[in-house]
Ligand binder design. Sequence first.
Ligand code: HEM
Length: 181
Amino acid sequence: MKGVVFNVVEEVVTELHGGDAWDDVLVAAGLDGAYTALGNYDDDELLAIVDAAATATGITVEELWRTVGRLALPKLVDRLPESMKQTGDAKSFLLSVNDFIHPQVRALYPEARPPVFEFTERGDELLVVYRSTRRLDALAEGLMVGCGDLFGEVVDVEAVPDCGRPDDEATFSIRVGRGAP
Ligand code: HEM
């Protein structure tokens, strides 16, 4: 996984719990924490960091991934060129992830291997298939909720139970509502 992902996880943990907390997490995970944005690091290191942070904060790993994803989304967007940032609303931003956002990410961060999403609109509902061998479902959920925050909208994400789908797929049902005025 690209170092930039480690960098935004560090920013989120530091914002929520302070720099010492990040150092404690690294010690608990047995890592030195030297991550450069363009570097490639073992996914297991990220999983160890998130495990240690969840243990330290007393929440589940899934809950921590969701929080990290939600708070990391604007930080990731800040790393995109200015022209990529104004696509109007949460839904169109999310729908652009395969065609604009992650291709741009691959240009900025060579060797990035972002996941693929598949979208089907059904009235007010948007069905999202998330495809990745990493299966960071809760991270994906958090990032999708974060798309709502970006535009002052509420993105409600529910996991759709697996019905014999391939191992590298998860399905979510999404509804986008207006945020508080
Ligand atoms: C529409 C919102 C987005 C969603 C739902 C999303 C989803 C994800 C997920 C779930 C991953 C984890 C890797 C995996 O599952 O295999 C990932 C990876 C990544 N995403 Fe996104 N993402 C979004 C927007 C962005 C933005 C705005 C950036 C801007 C920098 C970004 C940069 C990356 C990078 C660098 C990786 C790591 C890929 C690698 O290291 O191989 N994403 N994304």
